[in-house]
Design a protein around this ligand. Sequence first.
Ligand SMILES: NC(=O)c1ccc[n+]([C@@H]2O[C@H](COP(=O)([O-])OP(=O)(O)OC[C@H]3O[C@@H](n4cnc5c(N)ncnc54)[C@H](O)[C@@H]3O)[C@@H](O)[C@H]2O)c1
Length: 682
Amino acid sequence: MVANADISKAMEIHLGALFDELPPMPDFRPGIRRAPARHFNLSQKDTELALKNALRYIPGKWHQALAPEFLDELMNRGRVYGYRFRPAGAIKGQPIEEYRGNCIEGKAFQVMVDNNLDFDVALYPYELVTYGETGQVCQNWMQYRLIQRYLEELTAEQTLVMASGHPVGLFASSPEAPRVIITNALMVGCFDDPENWHRAAALGVANYGQMTAGGWMYIGPQGIVHGTYSTILNAGRAKLGIPPDQDLAGRLFVTSGLGGMSGAQGKAVVIANGVGIIAEVDHSRIQSRLDQGWIDQVTESPAEAFTAARECQRKRRGYAIAFYGNVVDLLEYAARQDIQIDLLSDQTSCHAAYEGGYCPQGISFEERTELLRSGHARFRELVDASLRRHYELIKALAARGTYFFDYGNSFLKAVYDAGITDICRNGENPLDGFIFQSYVEDIMGPILFDYGYGPFRWVCLSGKDEDLAKTDRAAMACINPERRFQDRDNYIWIRDALKNRLVVGSRARILYQDALGRMTIALKFNEMVRNGEIGPVMLGRDHHDTGGTDSPFRETANVRDGSNIMADMATHCFAGNAARGMSLVALHNGGGVGIGKAINGGFGLVLDGSTRVDAVIRRAIPWDVMGGVARRAWARNEASIETCIQYNELRRGADHITLPYLADEGLVSDSVNNAFAKASRR
Ligand SMILES: NC(=O)c1ccc[n+]([C@@H]2O[C@H](COP(=O)([O-])OP(=O)(O)OC[C@H]3O[C@@H](n4cnc5c(N)ncnc54)[C@H](O)[C@@H]3O)[C@@H](O)[C@H]2O)c1
């Protein structure tokens, strides 16, 4: 058998080389949120396997000491996090020049990883969860330490390979290849379900990357503020008859969740000048949003919440109220009192409802955390009962004119999983969708994604406020607000971004843009880096985008040619971005809707001011978006067809997209009717 001493000798990068002695257990800072226990249910044999797996990172001399500690973490917290290897104190994305490295990308990705684990940014920083209840940068602190070392060593001739949080190693590549390739939780089809994932995660072989958590591109709740703002504003225009040049003045939006992404809802509704009541069961999350100034008022009383809302609606003043309590209780009150809610949604973590993402009615947040540890079967029953009641209330409110939409958190699917089949359009299963639409199906898909507008973002790696202000101004100058109403909204967004104080963590900005808009802005930024006007910039996007994600439950919900159960687009997007020289490419299972329900990918591109990067921008950024628009055009989405027609014209000789011929509906139905009639006569 190979000896552990020989294994150590065969690697230059390993924990034994990083630590002379076992590091002390760091203190856990009071007030920092901790992940709930992840329901330990491994068999004895699997527990042995999980322990052996975790010890793979550990030099043999420390196995004796760490075996009981890792076992304790596994059995009591559901995972081996390796807390002992976490750096003491706060982690923050520092200015890039403070990191060591052999290439700019190696240093830049250290900024991004650390920002994803910042106490102010991450949901459960000690458990490496950035957002979305379970979305992790990587699985454990041993991996974090190795990733950091690999990024320090990485050269412009190498690629770091990351498999579900595990750094497989550095491999020779070329300056044109990605510096980092990441996959998370890609499971073999017949095992691609939450139960098998839960086991694999406990065994330490699967990481839930969500989207930008495991793709190292999270920029705090700002990342979602723009999308939320666009969604509710356009919901108002599409469903409440608000004209395109007006906002949500006087309108009431009721929802839940003030967590990682959902925490954007208060800020977004105020920017859209509407009034929001957001239910949240965890007071610490309300406090974070209050401290940021993203919430104006907190109350435990539904009556007080609705009275304050009514007053602000009357004054047509933007205002965000946190209701400290369960959303189902809030809706019970609204239904009983016959209160008119204009827009209604939900952003609890229903993609992981049984893992703690949805707090059932009737128990407090603290009781939920305890029950997750001590009575998982009971917890599931309570979640199901609460979701059924939640659904009844939504139905009652919708019958009185409230517009309800699923906010991409798998809420409708969770209700179906709780036993409600009448939520399905076909009354049986989700194949034909649900009776309520998702926000992508109804709003974001046709109004934004079909044109290629999506959550483009950047991080000023210098950490300087003035760099962010300069990039904001430069991006604004690239937008023509007269072209479409979407451009006008985006122009106003970036014009007011600084004033709206959106930054949490690294100096970052989100701006919805279409393919060529993103390319123009990226080229401008790279020129500014080249001229020394600003420091280097990290470009990226949310996976939740036109071309980045295949999910019939969300991003591709408005793809209606039957291909919404296919994941070819996201896979091509990932591969095409790698082939075109993005600095980082990522592909994940799950994302915002849960394991088996989405394949999603993203990228990172470090702008270093070089002409090489100019060339990458020109070939990769349009591809990243237009692959998605092409797929939507092929599904006969009208705005996408129009966008592709213009694109083929503009990019003649460079790109060429296949477009669908449109069949006459009458011809099709007559032909099929006749054929079926003939067949039935046979
Ligand atoms: N719409 C989008 O664009 C989008 C983007 C990202 C994530 N999501 C999805 O939205 C969900 C939320 O994401 P997140 O990052 O905010 O997750 P999160 O877990 O950080 O936040 C959810 C919040 O809901 C609260 N909550 C749970 N049950 C509740 C209840 N019954 N009543 C009131 N509050 C309750 C939790 O305490 C938590 O703070 C996830 O499913 C995520 O995948 C949507």
